[in-house]
Design a protein around this ligand. Structure first.
Ligand SMILES: CC(C)(COP(=O)(O)OP(=O)(O)OC[C@H]1O[C@@H](n2cnc3c(N)ncnc32)[C@H](O)[C@@H]1OP(=O)(O)O)[C@@H](O)C(=O)NCCC(=O)NCCS
Length: 171
């Protein structure tokens, strides 16, 4: 299942200094993509708090360009719901800068994230994916996730409804 990290890319836990770059990738996804069904642009404060929470829980990885040090993308896992029965269930999330897509970086990030989540005691990992997102569905399938649910008109963004695909990997 393991692939190697693409040449000239390092995957490592997110550091405090990565917060702005990670926040910019996430804000761009909120503004332009159907990956995150959030309408409001994140504030600097909410973005910093989100990144800090992941850093403190050790649940965020970043992919960096070795030459420039630039953050190319990030991956997180986090509680699906804030109920005790879900404590070993996590949603995974991966976002790359547009220029970094399609080079195997998403796969390297998700494979490392799965191991991180396993070490943290997670049992059920779930990807909640807009049904038309072929790249994300292919990525999750490549990393051992299988489709377990397809929910029509599950979210609303950009003036229309979007279908949801849930993909799961049990650890
Ligand atoms: C989805 C995303 C994380 C995938 O990462 P990536 O680095 O581009 O994907 P990879 O190059 O690692 O490819 C992983 C697999 O998906 C396949 N794939 C990648 N892009 C694809 C596409 N557009 N259509 C179909 N398959 C695709 C690859 O062929 C590869 O499979 P393989 O190993 O069998 O060849 C990345 O494209 C991205 O950040 N997209 C925008 C944000 C987003 O949609 N995030 C997910 C929200 S749920």
């Amino acid at each position: 299942m393991h692939s190697s990290t693409p040449d000239q890319v390092t995957i490592r836990p997110a550091a405090e200094a990565d917060a702005d770059a990670v926040g910019a990738i996430r804000a761009d996804a909120i503004a332009t993509s159907t990956g995150l069904w959030i309408d409001e642009p994140p504030t600097a404060e909410s973005s910093a708090a989100w990144a800090r929470g992941h850093r403190e829980r050790g649940s965020m990885l970043v992919a960096c360009d070795d030459a420039s040090g630039a953050v190319l993308g990030y991956a997180t896992f986090g509680p699906l719901r804030d109920y005790s029965g879900y404590r070993r269930t996590a949603e995974v999330s991966i976002y790359l800068h547009a220029d970094a897509q399609g080079r195997g970086i998403g796969r390297a990030l998700l494979e490392r994230l799965v191991e991180l989540a396993r070490e943290a005691g997670m049992h059920s990992l779930q990807g909640w994916i807009e049904a038309g997102n072929a790249a994300s569905i292919a990525l999750h399938a490549r990393c051992g996730f299988t489709e377990v649910a397809r929910i029509p008109e599950s979210g609303y963004k950009f003036g229309r409804w979007w279908d949801l695909v849930i993909m799961q990997r049990l650890l």
